[in-house]
Ligand binder design. Sequence first.
Ligand SMILES: Nc1ncnc2c1ncn2[C@@H]1O[C@H](COP(=O)(O)OP(=O)(O)OP(=O)(O)O)[C@@H](O)[C@H]1O
Length: 348
Amino acid sequence: MITFSHVSKTFGTPEHPVYAVQDVSLEIREGEIFGIIGFSGAGKSTLVRCINLLERPTQGSVVVDGREMTGLSPAQLRQARKKIGMIFQHFNLMPSRTVFGNVAYPLRGSGLSKRQVAEKVRRLLALVDIADKENAYPSQLSGGQKQRVAIARALANDPKVLLCDEATSALDPQTTNSILRLLKQLNRQLGLTVVVITHEMAVVKEICSRVAVMEHGKVAEEGEVFSIFAAPKQPITQSFIKTTSNLQKIEELIAADSPVTRLKPGELIVRLSYVQRNVSEPLISSITERFHVSVNIIFADIEIVQDAPIGGTVAIMGGEREQLTQAIQYLIEKNVGVEVIRDARAAE
Ligand SMILES: Nc1ncnc2c1ncn2[C@@H]1O[C@H](COP(=O)(O)OP(=O)(O)OP(=O)(O)O)[C@@H](O)[C@H]1O
């Protein structure tokens, strides 16, 4: 649906260039929810604004729904943009128009009669579940309600693509979830391709099927969200994933010398992570039976990403040295990630 080929965007002057996007090639498939994550300044907004040519790439090509965007005439570009809706962090509603007026605005010049416009606006407001606010002004709405109106407005011309630039960043966690649910519903119901820019891994985890991680204008890593969570390769990706996992708290507990992390000689603390789908075997009970080791779970953080469990546990393991080694080997063979984070075997 959207193909970036070697896209670069440079701002500034020849003496002081700012390389906002550097040689990005990426494919966003029809009907998927694709996340673009990165820290502030990574180039996410600039890249996404190259989709509807709010920014014109300095180099490279952007093809949307089979059309090379940079080759369109101004009139063709205006038409093409109607099929690409966009929503923003601060909603960008027109304060002097009602909810109805905001959603009707993009339908100017659409050739629809007044009655048809009214019908369409009401259908859109019902779709985003805000029909009762038709006559309200933006200042009378909550953030979540404003974003619903902005979504209805973005859908007015029946776009195939919806670009969401930090669309939930100004919202509280509960409202964020309700907007994410709405985006997911629209994606399924309308077959809408959704591109989500965010700096929050929780957003990616919640709704995206694939994700690109951006750093310094480049794509550092991309792939299926499940695989990225299960086995992040780049340090930047690992640091984003840490923000959503409780397992990292163990490091704080160790640093604070908490009693739960104190080891007897011969014991070790391991972080076990499930890196494959369908891990349904009772692995912990298997190793305790097979190798006569003890496994005392002190932390567990399993969550569901794309309908599969992912995450892990932190546990204190104890037992005979050789048996412990074999138990760890067994877990690795079963595709469990094993990281020894504290080791008192040498203290025996
Ligand atoms: N119009 C502009 N003129 C000059 N520099 C710009 C312009 N737009 C963006 N930049 C620069 O390009 C780089 C990438 O910015 P961009 O807004 O794309 O990043 P981002 O990842 O979306 O960050 P944020 O989450 O803070 O919006 C930054 O260094 C920014 O300062």
